[in-house]
Design a protein around this ligand. Sequence first.
Ligand code: ZN
Ligand code: ZN
Length: 163
Amino acid sequence: MAQSRLNRLLQYGLKAAPQGPIKVEKALSDYINSYFDDFYAEGFFNDIDEKNDHEGHVKTVQVNKYERSSIARNKCIDYWGKNCLICGMDFELTYGEYGKGFIHVHHLRPLYMVKKDYIVDYKNDLIPVCPNCHAMIHRIPNGEKLSVEEIKQKLGLCIKEHE
Ligand SMILES: [Zn+2]
Ligand SMILES: [Zn+2]
């Protein structure tokens, strides 16, 4: 497993297993970033939507280039709804008031591929997903990602098309 991941990095231009900090070529850094950008932007580690701390102070940890996608995130939820588009999970229904407003937003067009001035299309680029389905979208068990449709099929759910 670890070996095949290293092989992949080597494929993308890594010279050898790094022993410390190294400089990497763009193709390799894009490849590596593809694993992180989306996660950071969507709240795997930091929910982009929760900008205020408990005292209402604005957090300064938000990354500028994702500020706009926060607006797109809200538009995405306005458009698609607040439930997971794959399994239908509704956090407010499950967790009551505490879960209200919680949902991840998955970027169908990975942010690392998006130019700085690209305006996120909240209808076609973003979908609301629960963290479970989100993790499944990003899971790469055999080096191949499943599409959103394929994950829906795995769940055996037939999600009504959004008109
Ligand atoms: Zn889900
Ligand atoms: Zn995602």
